[in-house]
Design a protein around this ligand. Structure first.
Ligand SMILES: [Fe+2]
Ligand SMILES: [Fe+2]
Length: 317
């Protein structure tokens, strides 16, 4: 096969209103990736902080200024923040569960599809109007994008951060992974939620009250059937974010790579960029670390304004 290099990033949490430093950090990460001459970039969700039109405008400008608003160069998947948003002020802690309950998650998925419409061009999917799941074939590699953001549920997903794949989307994913079109391809999955146990990622914190709350609100429901499907369809690696750490691990023989710490690592101010090399020798992953000092050296240049039309011409996924 022709070897292929992929940069994997995640969780930019871009916002027009809050924490503008995220924009500079994401920009520095993309600038670094540019120096590596990679073949493709994958960003696995929580690209925006709240999924507002102004947030999409910033995300589009960021990608456009790096020359990435192009399906051949960039693949994106959706995260819980792109659908339900997040808490930014003390007052929002109390109102957030009601905000999640009132969110039209299907409409938010459509908005995500419109916000990054160029990246969904030339993808294989059930219908033009449905963004997820999709497969994008680039040379010998098939990137398969999955929406793992679960619908709001008072008990199972009260603040929108838990994950899940509904039965219809799961059936479409099975169809895609078993498609003869992908038969000879090297399959790499891109989704948002993690498959590792929180207690393994953050040992020690699980005994605290916060740790217990976090483990209940950072879950992917239906993990086993996804694991079984990935193992049975020769998926070579699953890329994700959500937990703001950067690490590689395996579950049931399936390899996972987390880029949640690319720009907002929970325990380290440096940027972390995952680089994946797919070749006849297999799939190799390494995590490049960029010192935080080089982020503050970046000038605060303004980004070009790239219009975004959030219209409803995608079905929910
Ligand atoms: Fe995140
Ligand atoms: Fe997330």
């Amino acid at each position: 096969m022709t070897p292929m290099t992929i940069a994997h990033l995640s969780d930019f949490h871009l916002s027009a209103e809050h924490r503008r430093s995220h924009i500079r950090r994401a920009r520095r990460a993309l600038d670094y990736v540019k120096t590596l001459n990679v073949d493709h970039i994958v960003v696995t969700g929580d690209i925006t902080a709240n999924g507002y039109p102004a947030d999409y405008r910033i995300a589009r400008s960021l990608f456009a200024s790096a020359g990435l608003l192009d399906s051949d160069k960039l693949t994106v998947t959706i995260g819980n923040h792109d659908v339900f948003g997040g808490v930014h002020t003390a007052e929002e802690v109390l109102t957030f569960p009601n905000h999640c309950k009132a969110t039209d998650d299907k409409a938010k998925v459509r908005e995500f599809g419109c916000g990054f419409r160029e990246t969904f061009e030339h993808t294989l999917r059930h219908s033009e109007k449905r963004c997820f799941p999709f497969a994008k074939v680039i040379g010998d590699v098939a990137l398969i994008g999955v929406n793992t953001v679960a619908a709001h549920s008072r008990f199972k997903n009260p603040i929108g951060s838990n994950g899940g794949v509904d039965d219809r989307s799961f059936a479409l994913l099975v169809e895609l992974l078993e498609s003869p079109l992908l038969h000879a391809k090297r399959k790499i999955i891109a989704l948002h939620h993690h498959f590792c146990r929180m207690r393994d990622v953050r040992p020690g914190t699980m005994h605290s009250v916060w740790g217990a709350i976090e483990s209940q609100t950072m879950k992917l429901h239906g993990k086993s059937r996804l694991l079984k499907l990935f193992a049975g369809t020769n998926v070579e690696m699953v890329l994700h974010g959500h937990v703001h750490e950067s690490n590689e691990y395996s579950r049931n023989g399936v390899r996972f790579l987390n880029a949640g710490g690319s720009v907002l690592h929970d325990r380290n101010p440096d940027l972390h960029i995952n680089i994946i090399r797919v070749s006849d020798a297999g799939v190799q992953a390494e995590i490049h670390r960029i010192p935080v000092e080089s982020v503050s050296l970046l000038r605060n240049e303004s980004l070009p304004d790239v219009p975004v039309a959030i219209e409803a011409h995608h079905e929910a996924a």
